[in-house]
Each structure stands twice: as structure tokens, then as C-alpha cells.
Design a protein around this ligand. Sequence first.
Ligand code: CP
Length: 316
Amino acid sequence: MKHLISTADLSRAEAVTLLDTAQQMADTQSRQIRKLPALIGKTVVNLFFEDSTRTRISFEAAAKRLSADVINFSARGSSVSKGESLKDTALTLQAMGADLVVVRSYASGAAYQLAHAGWIEQPIVNAGDGTHQHPTQALLDAFTLRRHLGQGAGSGLDGLHVVIVGDVLHSRVARANVHLLTTLGARVTLVSPPALVPVGVETWPCDVSYDLDTTLAQGPDAVMMLRVQRERMVGGGFFPSQSEYSRRYGLDADRIARLPQHTIVMHPGPMNRGLEISTDAADSPRSVIVEQVSNGVSVRMAVLYHLLAGSYSPED
Ligand code: CP
């Protein structure tokens, strides 16, 4: 693995190895001294053209816990606002000695372009590109599912049923998860209003439903709620009203009460509380939303480690 651009590029063996390494990284985080010397002398650049809280901070924490130097670059306040191109920005980062570039962009395909245009040679990690992919989010979701519902190290997610609900059309998290979770053996059902189902979804390896209550009645092992991405809904018209959306597609305490006892509730964040998820659902004992954020650090440590140092051994 030279880059991490899309979960569609990961084989089952590669995904399981990353999850196993993430577990080893998580184990190191309960030690008195959490910092590992693995990436001393390496420089990780976080190149963020689009806003982020969890992903940017998590990559920074992951790199620092592996003793790498970190340069944080956000488009706001940089020469990107003066019209500098992605290519020139990349060449500048290479000249400054970046060993690996983490990139988030509003443009689908930006990470792929950085990795394959021949501008820079360093590994590229996609931290979310437009509506296309968010591979480390899917890996942390798979890691969280395996911790709660899986068979442990070396295993996938065989036999689990994961329901992903909401604004699939604009969701890179949904696309990344459909590929990764099915590669790992899970069954995925997408539930969405018709206007928020992408064209071509019938070619994805999952089921599609417009009816949340019927799907929840199947007793899924996990329900993953998606953020309604209002900033990408220029012109509106995707659903009649926010209250109608919540009534038909929102997760609340009533719907949680009808799920099996073991079912977990997930959300990649940031949440629109009161729209796709009620506060009592988000904060319920079934919710693993905060744990997803902590797991993100271990998963990103594993990704950085594999791309910069090779396979991990607990003696490292
Ligand atoms: N889940 C996620 O990507 O969150 P941020 O946009 O805060 O990074």
C-alpha cells in the first residue's frame, strides 16, 4: 500500500491488517507513556482545504503519538486564497520536506490527483474528498464495529448487518463504508429519501430502502446515521421539511427502543442534533459516537505507521 485514497482499493487482508495494527496502537495508548518513537525524523503534513474538527485533530494526535513532526496547513490564511493551485501547493510542501501528506478537499478526486499526477512522490492519505471517499472514517467505523460486535484480531465483520441512514447522495462516509464493510463480510443496507439516493446505487454492493422503520424491524447490529449536508444542498428540494425528514428518517429514543439490545448507534460527526438524530439517541447508552472519535486516533496511527514504516510489531 503506497497511498490510502479509497476503501475500494483495500483487500480484505489489507483492511484486517490495518484493524489489527490499530488494535495494537490502541493497546499502547493505555500505557503510562503513550508516545512511540516509530516515526522520529518523519514529517506529516495535514493539508486541509475544507473544514474539519475530528479528522484534522485526530491525524495530528496520531502523528505526534508516533513522534513524527506535524505541519498543519489550512487553505484559509494560506496562498490558496490568492489562487495558488493544488500542484504548486503540493510542490511547496515537498520542498519543505514532507514525508507524507494528509489531504482533505471539497473536490472529489483531489487526493487521487495528488497521488497520481506525478507532482510529488510521497504517500498521500485521503482525509475526505468531496462526496467521493473518506477511507480513515470507514476504517475507524469498522474498528468500532469489530470491537463491539466482531470476533477480535484477525477477523472481519462477517455476518453483521449495518444500516446506514440519511443523506447518502452527499456522503463520502457512506461510499467508503459500503466498500469497506462489505469487503470485511458485513451486509449493508442504505436507507434514504428517494432524492438523496445517488444515481447508480444499484451497482453498489448493498441493499437500498426508502423506509427506515421496516429496515430497523430487521434487527440490524448497527445503525449508522449520516449528517444531512445542508451546505451541499444548493437550491433545496431534497425533502419537504426538516420536521418531515426527522419524522421519517431521524433516529430517536422510540426507534432505539425497538432495536435489539446489542445494536449500536453510530454517527461520523458533526451531528445535526434534532434533525437526523435526537439528543436522547445521540447520548443514549447504545451510542458509540464519542468512542468512534477516540478510535480514529488508533486507526490513523496504524495508517501512518504502515505508509511510513511498514508493518507494525509491538516491540517497535
Ligand atoms: N467525521 C469527520 O470527518 O468529521 P470532521 O469533518 O470534523 O473531520
